[in-house]
Design a protein around this ligand. Structure first.
Ligand SMILES: Nc1nc2c(c(=O)[nH]1)N[C@H]1C(S)=C(S)[C@@H](COP(=O)(O)O)O[C@H]1N2
Ligand SMILES: [Mo]
Length: 351
C-alpha cells in the first residue's frame, strides 16, 4: 500500500528553498509585459511540467481502444480558438503561510491560439454508463510517494463540449515539446492542469476517476486529511501590465508624474468578464474594456491615472457576468490553489 505524503506548508520565517527555486527555473512564467499581446508568443507563454518532457518518437493516440496517428487527426475538421490558460497554483507563493510547491507569483498565465480537432466526435462510442473520461499523458513520475502517469479526467458532459479540442498547433505552429507535442487536450475555461499534454490515451470510466491529480492534488483543502473540493474552472482575474520601467533587482516600477494609461487583461472561466476596476489612490475606478474576442480568451482593459509624485500601491480586480469577483484579502488553502486575490502593484511616481 502506498502512503500518500502531505503537501507541506512553509514555516512563518521560511524562505523559498533550493527545491522550489529548481521548480521555478524549469517552469517559467509569462513576463507580465507580455500582457500587451492578444495572443501570447509561444516562447513567452508560461510553462508547467510536473515530471520530464517525455520522448514521443513512437507516438499515437488511443481513443477508447482505437489508434489514431497525427496525420489522421489532422485530416479531421480543424478549429482554432484563443484560450487563456492559467495554472491553478498561480499566486501560491503570495499566500501566508506559503504552501510549498511551484512558487508562482502572478505570472502563470498565457493566451495562445490553439488549433486542433473537436474531441466530441471521437467519443461517439462512449459507453452509455460512462461517468468520467480519463486523459493520460506520456510523462511519468512520483508525487508525494505515488508513482503515476500524468492523468486528469473530465465528467462526460464537459468532455463532450463542442469547444474541447485535441490540439496539435499553438499560434499556427506545431506544438513545441514543452507545450505537449504532438498533441494536447484544450478545455477552454478550466485551470491549466486540465489541458493534458503529450496525450497518449483517452479512456472511459463508469465511476468518478480517483487518480492522484484528481483526488489528491488540485483540491481546495484546509486540513491535512480534508477531502476538499475539486479545482475546476478559472476564477475571474485581472492583471496589470507593469507600468513605466523596473528596477533590476526589486522589479519596483517607476513612472513620471502626469497621465499614465494603465492596461492589462482579464478573464474568467465561469462567465464573460463584465467589469474591471482599478484602485487609484484609494478609489476604485472602472476600466474601459477592449473588444470581446473568443469566449475564453482574455480581454484587454485600460484605465487612465493622474499620477502624483510619491509612493503608490495600485490594485486591480475583475468581476464576471455571474457576479463572481476577486477578493481583496487572501482566501487561503493548503495547496495554494486558485488564489485570485486582487493584484497589488507598487509604483514610485517621480516629479
Ligand atoms: N501530461 C501533462 N500535462 C500537463 C501537465 C503535466 O505536467 N503533464 N501540467 C499541467 C499543468 S499543471 C498546467 S498549468 C498546464 C500548463 O500548460 P503549458 O505548460 O502549456 O502552459 O499543463 C497541464 N498539462
Ligand atoms: Mo498548473
Amino acid at each position: 500500500m502506498t502512503t500518500i505524503g502531505q503537501s507541506r506548508i512553509a514555516a512563518d520565517d521560511e524562505d523559498i528553498s533550493v527545491e522550489e527555486l529548481r521548480l521555478a527555473a524549469r517552469n517559467h512564467g509569462m513576463p507580465l509585459e507580455a500582457l500587451r499581446y492578444d495572443v501570447t508568443p509561444a516562447g513567452l507563454h508560461y510553462l508547467l511540467i510536473h515530471y520530464d518532457i517525455p520522448d514521443t518518437a513512437d507516438w499515437s493516440l488511443d481513443v477508447l481502444g482505437r489508434k489514431w496517428t497525427l496525420d489522421e487527426l489532422r485530416a479531421l475538421p480543424a478549429v482554432t480558438e484563443q484560450v487563456t490558460l492559467e495554472c491553478a497554483g498561480n499566486g501560491r507563493a503570495k499566500l501566508h503561510p506559503r504552501p510549498v510547491s511551484q512558487p508562482w507569483l502572478d505570472e502563470a498565465v498565457g493566451c495562445a491560439a490553439w488549433t486542433g480537432t473537436p474531441l466530441a466526435p471521437l467519443l461517439a462510442d462512449l459507453p452509455p454508463d460512462a461517468v468520467d473520461v480519463v486523459f493520460t499523458g506520456l510523462d511519468h513520475g512520483l508525487d508525494r510517494g505515488v508513482e503515476q502517469d500524468y492523468q486528469r479526467a473530465l465528467p462526460v458532459a464537459e468532455a463532450l463540449r463542442p469547444d474541447v479540442l485535441l490540439a496539435y498547433e499553438m499560434n499556427g505552429q506545431p506544438l513545441l515539446p514543452q507545450h505537449g507535442a504532438p498533441l494536447r487536450l484544450v478545455v477552454p475555461g478550466w485551470y491549466g492542469m486540465t489541458h493534458v499534454k503529450w496525450l497518449g490515451s483517452i479512456t472511459a470510466l463508469d465511476r468518478p476517476f480517483d487518480g492522484f491529480q484528481q483526488a489528491v492534488a488540485y483540491r481546495i483543502t484546509h486540513e491535512p486529511d480534508d477531502e476538499g473540493t475539486p479545482v475546476t474552472r478559472m476564477l475571474p482575474k485581472a492583471l496589470m501590465a507593469p507600468p513605466g520601467f523596473p528596477d533590476f533587482m526589486t522589479r519596483q516600477r517607476f513612472v513620471d508624474a502626469g497621465r499614465v494609461v494603465l492596461t492589462g487583461r482579464a478573464w474568467s472561466g465561469h462567465a464573460p468578464v463584465a467589469k474591471v476596476e482599478v484602485e487609484l489612490d484609494g478609489t476604485w475606478v472602472e476600466a474601459e474594456l477592449g473588444p470581446a474576442g473568443d469566449r475564453y480568451a482574455w480581454r484587454r482593459w485600460e484605465c487612465a491615472w493622474d499620477a502624483t509624485p510619491g509612493e503608490h500601491v495600485l490594485r486591480v480586480r475583475a468581476t464576471d457576468a455571474d457576479g463572481l469577483t476577486q477578493p481583496l484579502d487572501q482566501p487561503w488553502n493548503r495547496q495554494g490553489m486558485a488564489n485570485n486575490t486582487a493584484q497589488r502593484v507598487p509604483v514610485t511616481v517621480r516629479p
